[in-house]
Design a protein around this ligand. Structure first.
Ligand code: SAM
Length: 247
């Protein structure tokens, strides 16, 4: 196989449509390929991901990032949503979502300057005018007017334990909006502890969607937390406290 072939992402048209009822067009496929190449190149400068083969990247970064759309009704997908990706790292799930839904406005947040420098360079390279990277701690940005209670959706993948992710995300969500936690394995105990944390933050578990990833049958769960009441001013607690003393 030539170098070009080995570095090309698989197409997976049927898998996209059968699992997510969505399929990328040619432009979106080209953009996904550019994301892949940029992340592989960026991995030489900093540790961005251990997932590097085309099939793994397609499944564990691209498909996985978009998997949360299954829990959202079609009319919501068509709305001009304001979305925050908390702890985006190299841009997941925010960048694939910005490519898939150009009418959404996506803010990608991470506390590490190097990660956001990578993300902002990628945004420029891909000419994604609906995405912006910001360097900040979630606990600090969630207190800023214009960010607090300002997003329709706040997404958190691979950042911390579930109750910490809830404290990082729910304060950003508008009343009636959703925080979505991307998780692997999930248990009854996880549900009980997250339910209690979410209640303190003005939210409630609305849906737990179980998944098997389509190529390697990995276990995933998308947890949808609906915000029904404004989050108390005492949350999120000071920087570092949610992680040290989870709700
Ligand atoms: N979401 C990405 C993914 O799924 O590939 C990145 C996951 S990476 C393991 C976790 C990221 O969360 C890191 O880049 C870290 O800097 C960021 N992070 C952790 N705590 C944070 C906080 N309190 N505020 C902002 N970013 C945070």
């Amino acid at each position: 196989m030539s170098q070009i072939e080995t570095n090309t992402l698989p197409q997976m048209n049927e898998v996209w449509s059968q699992t997510l009822m969505w399929q990328p067009n040619d432009t979106q496929k080209q953009l996904f390929q550019q994301v892949y190449q940029a992340v592989i190149a960026g991995n030489r400068q900093q540790n961005l991901t251990r997932i590097t083969s085309p099939a793994d990247f397609w499944e564990k970064h691209l498909w996985d990032s978009l998997s949360s759309i299954v829990g959202l009704p079609a009319e919501v997908l068509n709305n001009k949503l304001q979305i925050l990706d908390v702890g985006t790292g190299a841009g997941f799930p925010g960048i694939p979502l910005a490519i898939a839904f150009p009418h959404w406005r996506i803010t990608l947040l991470d506390s590490t300057l190097k990660k956001i420098t990578f993300v902002n360079d990628l945004i420029v390279k891909l000419q994604l005018d609906n995405a912006t990277g910001i360097v900040a701690r979630a606990e600090a940005l969630a207190r800023v007017p214009g960010d607090r209670a300002s997003y329709d959706l706040a997404l958190v993948r691979a950042v911390s334990k579930p109750s910490v992710c809830a404290e990082y995300s729910l304060p950003f969500v508008k009343k009636g909006g959703l925080a979505i936690l991307y998780r692997g394995h999930w248990s009854e105990e996880d549900t009980a502890s997250l339910e209690s944390a979410a209640a303190q933050l003005g939210g409630k578990i609305e849906l737990i969607h179980p998944w098997e990833t389509p190529l390697s049958q990995g276990i995933r769960h998308c947890i949808y937390l609906r915000k029904h009441t404004a989050t108390s001013k005492k949350f999120p607690r000071a920087v570092g406290v949610p992680e040290k003393q989870p709700l």
